[in-house]
Design a protein around this ligand. Sequence first.
Ligand code: PIR
Ligand code: CA
Length: 317
Amino acid sequence: MTERLILDCDPGHDDALAMILAAGDPRVELLAVTTCAGNQTIEKVTRNALAVCAIAGIDVPVAAGAAGPMVRPQMVAPDIHGESGLDGPVLPEPTRELDPRHAIDLIIDLVMSNDPGTITLVPTGPLTNIALAMGKEPRIVERVKRVVLMGGAYTRGNRTPAAEFNIIADPEAAQAVFGASWPVTMVGLDLTHQATADADVVARIAEIDSPLSRFVVDVLRFFGSTYLARQGFPAPPVHDLCCVAKLCDAEVFTTREAFVAVELTGTWTTGMTVTDFGDLLGRPHNTDVAIQLDKPRLWDMTVDAIATLSARSAVRS
Ligand code: PIR
Ligand code: CA
């Protein structure tokens, strides 16, 4: 059965790769792309989403969502993603219109009009849209099959020593998502830091030699340069890609059940995803936590998706 998903994102270099895999892998069906302020402002990330659609030939609805977090002041990540949110490649002009609906309404419409248990939500930015959609239409919680989110970690942070960016950018929204009764998979930094785009991967993508492959190479080069300069990584971790990969092939990473809660009142730890794999807190486990990546599997499917979309665009033009 093909996995049907809504990608709620803040593109973002790794978000762009997640869009491409979701559109190019035959094992999943991308129903819509919704945007949320995160890596950059809502205007910028929405523009970037449309640019990725243009270069990759993605023609699903795209809707703009929340312009900032539910409670706290806004946080963006120009140090890693640049001023545009997707610095590096030349961004093509959008070829299509935005969906007129707010992201929250598009999510609600799709979930309520499809059979229960058939749609997976894949948030790869702050969880603002998902939490607001739940607040507006609480019945989506029992209709969504699963939430596979990029965020958090059980061992580290990247925005503070304790907190990962997507969670600390809107911790109240994140806690609402973890605290709801739907199944949640947390694809955190413990997993995504294994998903580096090493030189051999960039070379394989370059070999496809299409406008899309050149775009992806530029995306990865810029992302690699900021990750090297800011965080000392020899190659950039393509976080958001891992969530979509899990829907393409469940074997791409292992998980372990845990109780996860978001710290909302810490002095130094706000936004931390406190993870109890055992029973220290005496709480029922509410999350499948991503642990171990099969890296060759991840990059094989990603290279294949780029090749598939490149061939599709070549036929069309
Ligand atoms: C990546 C991100 C934000 C900040 C840094 N330092 C690195 C973005 C990515 O798009 C990903 O979704 C998540 N947030 C990783 O923290
Ligand atoms: Ca992201």
